[in-house]
Design a protein around this ligand. Structure first.
Ligand code: ADP
Length: 241
């Protein structure tokens, strides 16, 4: 089953073509890493899914429905989105940042329970809930960002270079936490990363992009062992050597 599908997507920012005739389906309840050089269209691909970017040509389907650009708010409640700079609200505490989405739904009866549950899953001491973002390290802030994105338990999580700015050890720890989260609360995750080792560690599938085009889409094992062409092979050799 697919969680999101592109049919003949082309996206242009003014004269700049970011995605060229891309057709692809992302597997539900799996982690798919999107890799490729800077400027290859990875972030645009994620933003096409949550409607931040509207395609110049082609159709986007999410949760088996054509994306309805008039109803984005309700759909985004089902799609977590995380970027490199977490964008935590500086004047809100950790607990308030994590549970901010409860203000949108009004459904969550006890937001603190869910916030604490998530904090435990990503190894943030629950006593941190009253702290403010400036009192946290970069890794802790990123963990809070993960909790916030997962607060409503969205079936789909979009992660755009979430660990890009962190030191290797913190990166490694949070990668393990993402793996643990995926075992406890499986969901569809699309992960943009320039780190092939991260993709290898976390992803079931890998999408390789180059200049807005799809170079290869396959299981992680197949992409690593049977690169479909010389460009993919070069990217893999350069990243893993
Ligand atoms: P990646 O995530 O792989 O680095 P992006 O999707 O961010 O690639 O960008 C793809 C191309 O589109 C790049 O050439 C980039 O410069 C261009 N681009 C991205 N966002 C914008 C924007 N808001 N306005 C104009 N051009 C953009």
């Amino acid at each position: 089953m697919k969680v999101a599908e592109f049919a003949g997507i082309t996206h242009r920012y003014n004269d700049q073509v970011a995605i060229k005739n891309l057709s692809i389906g992302f597997e539900a309840n799996k982690i798919t890493a999107i890799i490729g050089m800077s400027g290859s269209g990875k972030s645009t691909a994620l933003q096409l899914i949550n409607g931040l970017v509207r395609p110049t040509l082609g159709d986007v389907r999410v949760f088996n429905q054509a994306l309805n650009y008039n109803e984005l708010t309700s759909m985004r409640l089902k799609i977590g989105y995380m970027v490199q700079n977490t964008g935590l609200f500086p004047h809100l505490t950790v607990a308030q940042n994590i549970s901010i989405a409860s203000k949108l739904t009004g459904e969550q009866t006890n937001p603190l329970n869910r916030a604490e549950e998530l904090m435990e899953l990503v190894n943030i001491p629950v006593t941190f809930k009253k702290k403010y973002p400036y009192q946290l390290s970069g890794g802790e802030q990123q963990r809070v960002g993960i909790c916030r994105a997962l607060f409503l338990n969205p079936p789909l999580l979009l992660m755009d270079e979430p660990l890009g700015a962190l030191d290797p050890l913190t990166r490694h720890e949070i990668q393990n936490e993402i793996r643990k989260l995926q075992e406890i609360e499986p969901r569809s995750i699309l992960l943009v990363t320039h780190d092939l080792r991260e993709a290898k560690k976390l992803a079931d599938f890998i999408v390789v992009m180059d200049s807005g085009r799809l170079l290869q889409f396959d299981t992680t094992e197949n992409v690593l062992q049977k690169p479909s062409n010389e460009k993919v092979k070069k990217l893999i050799d350069a990243s893993l050597s």
